[in-house]
Design a protein around this ligand. Sequence first.
Ligand SMILES: [Zn+2]
Length: 135
Amino acid sequence: MDLPIPRPNADTRPYWDAAQQDRLVLQHCADCGAPQAIPRSYCGTCHSADLTWRESSGTGKIASFSVVHRAPTKAFRDQLPYVLALVDMAEGVRLMLNVIGEDRLDTQIGDPVRVVFEPRGADGFKMPQVQRSPA
Ligand SMILES: [Zn+2]
């Protein structure tokens, strides 16, 4: 069973379109400069509607994580156990991503990680995830 893929909307489409090209982009406010993790039509800091998308460094650190042993739906059974993490990106936003890779179960808080793009489903829709990276 294929894993579910996101349904982009007007606010999130630039994020997902970039991911299909192996690029992580983050929304930034053109007025106050604040980055934001959740794409939306206004700045969560100053409420400006003048937002831009910038390429992320793709690097961050594990802020917290959970090892999932029970699948939320049948589609995730083949993934078990998987690691769901909060990642503090170098740009100052916190993203929720999966840690993938053979060593994912060795994940620890503070581990440096880098973004990778995991294809899902028949069409290979790419999801930003992270892998642990050597310090
Ligand atoms: Zn702002």
